[in-house]
Design a protein around this ligand. Structure first.
Ligand SMILES: NC(=O)c1ccc[n+]([C@@H]2O[C@H](COP(=O)([O-])OP(=O)(O)OC[C@H]3O[C@@H](n4cnc5c(N)ncnc54)[C@H](O)[C@@H]3O)[C@@H](O)[C@H]2O)c1
Ligand SMILES: [Zn+2]
Ligand SMILES: [Zn+2]
Length: 347
């Protein structure tokens, strides 16, 4: 098969590699019909995620058809159309028993496109298929469903739910990439009074407005002042960090009001300064986290009921074998206007 292989920071290519095989009774082999690229894949290519070994197939989001299953798989069969989640779950360890699948100790967690071969390929082996793939109903098409592999559960669980967004809150979302945009969409489920999106790219600020942000501001124009002006100087109840840079985390700590929440979602490759000289007195809660995808079944129900604005997040479509070009368009989002990119198997 062909797959997108990570060779070294800055180097990855669409290469010929052996087809994946069932290695364990809990595995499923999925034919990839639709796949996408995550901001985290860009972090891997920048060298921010050093545990990714050269030769690894990247990608942790896909929709496809089950081709083969190991003898222990019970919930899916060959022929089923499924969503492959960015998180796999053994189902038995200390953390899986508490639905903290991201922290799985039994060989799951974020493994696809990280510590084992991922989904940016014609076929992928998904371990622990019973909990790691979700059967799809016909009412949801591939491009809507693929957004529920990672960005919607991440934005909802690690951003909105960890940030404890509530009715009437002012929510600042720093970073209006796909994760930040999905955070806007899922924050709205809790009726905040105002959502303010921050990003340096005008195309992303336009997308944030289209997704329902009430105010948008460039990160280069001192967003702290706008937040202060809009909140009588108090600051925001919730600040969601959806970038992964020291300056965006530090901005969150400046715009949050006393008693508020900072929910870090971004993957960081460098230390950020925690300004305890300002924060010790503010009574703030800071959360971090890897997504568990425990909310995926609920989000799939909402998407099927047309309660999530998923389609509007796919800005570009490519064929699977145009992976290298698609990465270029995604990485150059400030110019290309790319949001989420769908790559699809040729019919
Ligand atoms: N915690 C998790 O489980 C998890 C899961 C998936 C993704 N992530 C991370 O979430 C982050 C966002 O993902 P994405 O797919 O939206 O990434 P992305 O790269 O598409 O978007 C990041 C956005 O941040 C903007 N940005 C850059 N510098 C900024 C600054 N100083 N201030 C404000 N905005 C700035 C960029 O213009 C871009 O729009 C990434 O760090 C990704 O790795 C975390
Ligand atoms: Zn991701
Ligand atoms: Zn587990």
């Amino acid at each position: 098969m062909r797959a997108f292989i990570f060779h070294a920071p800055g180097h990855a290519s669409w290469d010929e590699v052996p087809d994946p095989q069932v290695k364990d009774g809990a595995d499923a082999i999925i034919r990839v019909d639709t796949v996408t690229i995550c901001g985290t894949d860009l972090h891997i290519l920048k060298g921010d995620v050093p545990e990714v070994a050269p030769g690894t197939v990247l990608g942790h989001e896909a929709v496809g058809e089950v081709m083969e299953v190991g003898g222990d798989v019970r919930t899916v069969r060959p022929g089923d159309r499924v969503l492959a989640s960015c998180i796999c779950a053994c189902g038995h360890c200390h953390y899986c028993r508490r639905t903290r699948y991201g922290q799985c100790l039994g060989g799951g967690g974020w493994v696809l496109g990280h510590t084992i071969d991922g989904t940016q390929a014609e076929y992928v082996r998904v371990p622990f298929a019973d909990l790691s793939v979700h059967p799809l109903t016909d009412s949801l098409d591939n491009k809507d469903a693929v957004l529920l592999a990672d960005i919607f559960p991440t934005a909802y669980e690690v951003g909105v739910r960890n940030g404890a967004v509530g009715p009437g809150d002012t929510v600042v979302i720093v970073g209006a990439g796909p994760i930040g945009l999905a955070a806007i969409a899922t924050a709205k489920l809790f009726s905040p009074s105002r959502i303010i999106a921050v990003d340096p790219a005008q195309s992303r600020l336009d997308a944030a407005r289209a997704m329902g942000a009430d105010s948008v501001v460039s990160s280069e124009e001192e967003p702290g002042q706008l937040v202060a002006d809009l909140t009588d100087g108090h600051g925001a109840e919730v600040a969601i960090e959806a970038v992964g840079l020291p300056e965006s985390f530090e901005l969150c700590t400046r715009v949050v009001r006393p008693g508020g929440h900072i929910a870090n979602v971004g993957v960081h490759g460098k230390p950020a300064t925690l300004h305890l000289e300002d924060l010790w007195i503010k009574d703030v809660t800071i959360t971090t986290g890897l997504v568990d995808t425990s909310s995926t079944p609920m989000l799939l129900r909402m998407a099927a009921a047309r309660r999530l604005p998923t389609t509007s997040l796919i800005s570009h479509s490519f064929g699977l074998d145009e992976m290298e070009e698609a990465y270029g368009v995604f990485a150059g989002a400030a110019v290309s206007g790319a949001l989420k990119i769908a790559l699809e198997r040729a019919a």
